[in-house]
Design a protein around this ligand. Structure first.
Ligand code: SF4
Length: 372
């Protein structure tokens, strides 16, 4: 496959092996560090594996983010969205506010509500059950992808129950899938710098595995390009891979590049400007070579990268374009380059121009809807 390409012998050896089996952590670290003419063979290999594993469909979901509050007790160093309760811009949506957002989304054909927000100091399990039953009561056929592992942990502590009981109750109230957010970078060294109040690595792993055991699938995310090393990016993907080997509960893997401009750590003097373009592409490609068909769906984040680079990243091993979103106040506060509300026409155009096949999906990747 690489006969006519200028490529180093070590990279060629790893890429040739990757055609038949998943690469090791050491091999992934080598690929994360390649430069020059080794890059294109890596991207071509990831794109080839993507085609072999999931074909030429590029999926996306017509969904709507509902951020129930921007008040947050956690206050991560990378987040420009969370506010203190006494901040003049702080808000909490009441029932009518939540239903208003849901109503508008359903009128636009939404198949999923992505219910997120800050971590409220007094949000217990009863509070999240209420939000779920409110939405399911009005819109029983729309899937709810909701709440982060940190939100669930704090709610369970407040309600005096363990995580398993918390998920059982949320599932009964209508939770369909769990966003695998709060993962950021799964190393305690980086978390101590960017999100010391969030769940630890061990807690994140335990919470997500518990959700899977209860029968709640989850996405898996990585937020990279801030204070972590390249080796920590690989360590993170390897943790996700090991969980999936055990539970098979992840629906997709979502790399999210760090948006530095308005983040507290940048404003306070941490001068990392985020990942470069080739680092983004290597992250997608190496993820495909590590995860292969174990997690077949790898999602690009147009809201964080903009439409143009998201399209390029679809040629580096990815096969999903995320959601139409409607709104994403977290990314908006961080300076989303192309806004936060994609039309289906825009996503379809991106995919068609790649010569691939756009198709809508549901939250669990179990139902697909042709584009008319
Ligand atoms: S990322 Fe989430 S948990 Fe962290 S400060 Fe922002 S809203 Fe709060």
């Amino acid at each position: 496959m690489f006969d006519k390409l200028p490529i180093s012998s070590e990279t060629e050896k790893i890429l040739t092996k990757s055609l038949d089996e998943a690469i090791t952590v050491e091999e992934a670290n080598h690929l994360m560090n390649i430069k020059g003419s080794d890059l294109y063979p890596l991207l071509a290999t990831a794109d080839y594996l993507r085609q072999q594993i999931v074909g030429n469909d590029v999926t996306f979901i017509n969904n709507c983010n509902i951020n129930i509050t921007n008040i947050c007790t956690v206050r991560c160093g990378f987040c420009a969205f969370g506010k203190d309760a006494d901040d003049p811009d702080a808000y909490i949506l009441d029932d009518e506010g939540i239903l208003n957002k849901a109503r508008g989304a359903v009128e636009n054909g939404a198949r999923e509500f992505c219910v997120m927000g800050g971590v409220l100091p007094d949000a217990d399990i009863e509070y999240y059950e209420h939000v779920l039953t409110l939405l399911k009561g009005e819109y029983p056929n729309v899937m709810i992808h909701g709440f982060s592992p940190t939100m669930v942990r704090d709610a369970c502590v407040l309600s005096g129950i363990d995580i398993a009981e918390g998920f059982e109750r949320l599932k009964s109230a209508g939770l369909d899938t769990l966003p695998g957010t709060a993962a950021e970078i799964l190393t305690d060294r980086s978390r101590e710098i960017i999100c010391p109040e969030k769940v630890s690595v061990a807690d994140w792993v335990d919470i997500v595995k518990t959700a899977h055991e209860i029968g709640i699938p989850a996405s898996a995310t990585i937020m990279y390009g801030h204070v972590e090393t390249l080796e920590e990016r690989v360590e993170h993907i390897d943790i996700i891979r090991k969980i999936q080997e055990e539970t098979h509960g992840f629906t997709e893997f979502i790399p999210m590049t760090f948006m530095h401009e308005y983040s507290p750590i940048f404003l306070e003097g941490q001068k990392n400007l985020g990942a470069t373009g080739t680092q983004d592409l290597k992250l997608y490609a190496v993820s495909r070579l590590m995860l292969r068909d174990l997690i077949p769906n790898i999602q690009v984040s147009w809201v964080k990268m903009g439409y143009r680079f998201a399209q390029v990243s679809l040629a580096a091993g990815a096969n999903d374009l995320g959601g139409t979103l409607g709104e994403d106040e977290l990314s908006e506060a961080s300076g989303a380059p192309d806004g936060v509300n994609a039309s289906i026409e825009t996503l379809v155009k991106i995919v068609n121009d790649l010569g691939r096949h756009p198709i809508e999906r549901n939250s669990k990747y179990t139902e697909f809807y042709p584009i008319e």
